[in-house]
Design a protein around this ligand. Structure first.
Ligand SMILES: *[C@@H]1O[C@H](CO)[C@@H](O)[C@H](O)[C@H]1NC(C)=O
Ligand SMILES: *[C@@H]1O[C@H](CO)[C@@H](O)[C@H](O)[C@H]1NC(C)=O
Length: 332
């Protein structure tokens, strides 16, 4: 066989190919990681809010005001958004005024001028889904960080953000709305890869607290309720890896659900604006520890030994408290 390149050139070409392949594999197979330092004493505190962007209406501004007050009191390190960031149909592009109308101009309190870590909700998929992921938004408001699935390592806690909308089969058949699946590989590939990557990342995690965040509930007593696709595919990965909390939005309420077959707590915080759906699933029985149909948000304080989680209403009044002890958990 005639060969046009000498040995050295061929070796360099081969190496380049290997590097290229590695880059391709790495960019698809691994979750992007961010480091967020804990406080000097090793503790961490943050707020969790979901389903909010409505120009301040439906009590979004009132909730924002109370978040500012509690955020100040707890000296929060960051804010987590569980998705459905902009109603009704996400952003129309990176220049959509909704971004500032519903985010920058609403969450104005000093204590909320921290990093926000956000996932996408199903409503965000109805617009220009990739606009919310764009670094251009970070230039408009540097607090913003929304990606499909990613990890935040905050020393004592590790946060695993999962894009759950592509898991839900009914959106594929939804005749009333158009979902923008742009930027994703096939949904089947997406699901397989994310579950594999999440399992690997959780297994490798040495953080004291493991917290998984997604838009859709695994278990919720609200109107939308449980998500069967997540119970079947995501929950087994969380159970196998000693996850402490799964936090979601989607149901426009606040909720706390336990289950008999795992110590995972299922917390809903999707009450950032429109709420009062007038529905609660009474079949939950004793597994339902708390439910609030109206607006509100959640705070979380973590130390090496315990977690303190508080649910607040639109007035910033405490509705429900939950404490977890790490010693108890590690004995299990
Ligand atoms: C927010 O305001 C914009 C105009 O500034 C409007 O197009 C949009 O429909 C409003 N959204 C909501 C949820 O009220
Ligand atoms: C705003 O909150 C108050 C107090 O809970 C409630 O009475 C009112 O109905 C809420 N407004 C909306 C639009 O949900």
């Amino acid at each position: 066989m005639a060969c046009f390149f000498d040995y050295k050139t061929r070796a360099i070409m081969f190496l380049r190919l290997v590097v290229l392949l590695c880059m391709l594999v790495c960019s698809f197979a691994h979750l992007q990681r961010f480091e967020h330092p804990a406080k000097a004493d090793g503790t961490l505190s943050f707020l969790v809010i979901g389903d909010w962007g409505r120009n301040g209406s439906f009590n979004q501004s009132q909730v924002a005001h109370q978040m500012g007050r509690i955020g100040e009191k707890l000296d929060i390190d960051f804010v987590i958004s569980t998705g459905d960031n902009f109603y009704d149909n996400g952003l129309m592009g990176v220049n959509d005024p909704k971004f500032e109308e519903s985010f920058t101009k609403v969450y104005t309190a000093k204590s909320l001028q921290k990093q926000w870590y956000s996932v996408l909700g199903n409503h965000d998929y109805r617009g220009d889904v990739e606009a919310q992921l764009s670094p251009v938004l970070r230039k408009i408001d540097s607090r913003w960080l929304c990606l499909r699935s990613f990890i935040v390592n905050a020393e004592i806690a590790e946060f695993f953000f999962v894009d759950t909308t592509p898991f839900v089969d009914k959106y594929l058949m939804d005749k009333d709305h158009t979902y923008n699946w742009q930027g994703l590989p096939s949904l089947k590939t997406y699901r397989t890869n994310i579950l594999k990557d999440l399992d690997l990342a959780l297994r490798e995690s040495s953080a004291k607290w493991k917290i998984v965040i997604g838009h859709h509930a695994i278990r919720s007593a609200g109107y939308h309720g449980d998500t069967p696709e997540l119970i079947n595919h995501l929950l087994p990965v969380l159970k196998a890896n000693n996850v402490d909390l799964y936090m979601n939005g989607h149901d426009h309420c606040l909720g706390h659900v336990t289950s008999q077959d795992s110590p995972i707590r299922f917390l809903t915080s999707g009450a950032g604006s429109k709420a009062w759906r007038g529905f609660v699933n009474s079949n939950y029985g004793k597994a339902l520890k708390f439910f609030h149909d109206g607006q509100g948000f959640v705070s979380v304080e973590l130390s090496q030994i315990d977690a303190r989680i508080v649910f607040y209403d639109v007035f910033g009044e405490v509705l429900h408290k939950l404490s977890l002890s790490k010693d108890l958990h590690s004995a299990m």
